[in-house]
Design a protein around this ligand. Structure first.
Ligand code: ADP
Ligand code: MG
Length: 344
């Protein structure tokens, strides 16, 4: 069990000028933490810093309060899996898994035994003598995972582990990563640009934009309490109404809405599509709308509405049942106070 701490960690690439600056994050022991953010936000840079493949310019990086800055990657006990170049095509599956043990001077008999046990755990028993190229993409990823775990690392680092898999394999790999992570109680850091991947895999998420931490919390926090419009948008938020707040009222060009909270610095009112309710009568916190478009999404219906007072403002609602409203029909949408979020 290892807690990883990043303290004022700074790294600038002289060539591109990109930097992660004064980055602070505590990665809890024995849990899965996702580093989430759009492409180019610095996720892989942070992962390489943790792995020891990059050296920070400033700041500290500790494993259980002991600084690992200056400790070479192979002695640090943090390993990366799921990079294609980590599976050697010329070695057998068994040799690939045993490779890290060979580097540590473990005897051949012991290596083979441990590799075999690990292959059992990743459901590749009996594949020892095959070449990686004879295995499917999903199986190759499992070799990579076995190779990483067989050395009993303190920290497991995964870069986009589910990204290249189809829906079925994705689910299988998610379950495998989670079960191995729990079994080994290994501190795990997952890098991903995909919020869904972060939500289904991680116990907590650190969301990055431009090399900076924007929000840290449990997956549900990002839906229920996004700290900014940018965070809400990244998590699939679509309904944003510009305006300003005075005490617990939010003033917009389509009406005044009562909010449960007051935040004078807010300039955006937001509500998730599943929280909008279609009602026929005008009341407090209702918005007059006309139906523009509807689509059946397989498990729910998605409605696109144009607001009557501001034709440029469009809002989206979802419903698990067909509302039987015709295109062009007008109605009222209720924005329940308890679901209104104030954002900047
Ligand atoms: P992410 O993993 O979030 O997509 P990276 O950490 O790989 O982002 O990269 C962050 C930024 O730093 C990108 O703009 C990338 O082009 C730049 N970058 C990455 N590696 C280098 C490097 N070795 N030299 C210069 N710039 C780099
Ligand atoms: Mg990356």
């Amino acid at each position: 069990m290892t807690t990883v701490n990043l303290t004022n960690l700074t790294k600038t690439y002289p060539d591109s000028g990109f930097s992660v600056e004064d980055f602070n994050l505590e990665i809890p022991s024995g849990k899965i933490t996702a580093l989430l953010g759009p492409s180019g936000s610095g996720k892989s840079t942070l992962l390489k810093l943790i792995a020891g493949l990059l050296t920070p310019d400033n700041g500290d990086l500790t494993f259980d309060d002991v600084s690992v800055v200056g400790i070479p990657a192979e002695q640090r006990g943090a390993v990366m899996a799921f990079q294609n170049n980590l599976v050697f095509p010329w070695l057998s599956v068994g040799e690939n898994v045993a490779f890290g043990l060979k580097m540590r001077g473990i005897s051949k008999a012991k290596r083979q035994q441990q590799a075999k046990e690990m292959l059992n755990l990743v459901q590749l028993a009996g594949f020892e003598n095959r070449k990686p190229s004879e295995l499917s993409g999903g199986q190759q990823q499992r070799i990579s995972l076995a190779r990483a775990l067989v050395t009993q690392p303190k920290v497991l680092l995964l870069d986009e582990p589910l990204s290249n898999l189809d829906a079925h394999l994705r689910e299988e790999m998610r379950a495998l990563i989670q079960s191995l992570q729990q079994q080994f109680e290994i501190t795990t850091v997952v890098v991903t640009h995909d919020q869904e991947e972060a939500v289904i895999l991680a116990d907590q998420i650190a969301l990055l934009f431009d090399g900076k931490l924007h929000q840290y919390g449990e997956p549900s926090d990002f839906y229920q309490r996004p700290t900014s419009r940018r965070v809400a948008e990244f998590f699939g938020g679509v309904n944003f109404i510009d305006g300003y707040a005075t005490s617990n009222k939010f003033i917009t060009d389509v009406g005044i809405f009562t909010t449960a909270i007051s935040d004078a610095s807010a300039n955006t009112l937001s509500i998730r599509p599943e929280h909008l309710q279609v009602i026929n009568t005008q009341a407090e916190n209702t918005l007059g709308v006309t139906l523009l478009e509807q689509s059946f999404m397989g498990t729910y219906y998605r409605y696109t509405w144009q607001t009557i007072q501001n034709p440029e403002l469009v809002v989206i609602s979802t419903s698990t049942t067909d509302l039987h409203i015709s295109i062009g029909e007008s109605t009222q949408l209720l924005l329940p106070t308890e679901h209104l979020m104030l954002l900047e």
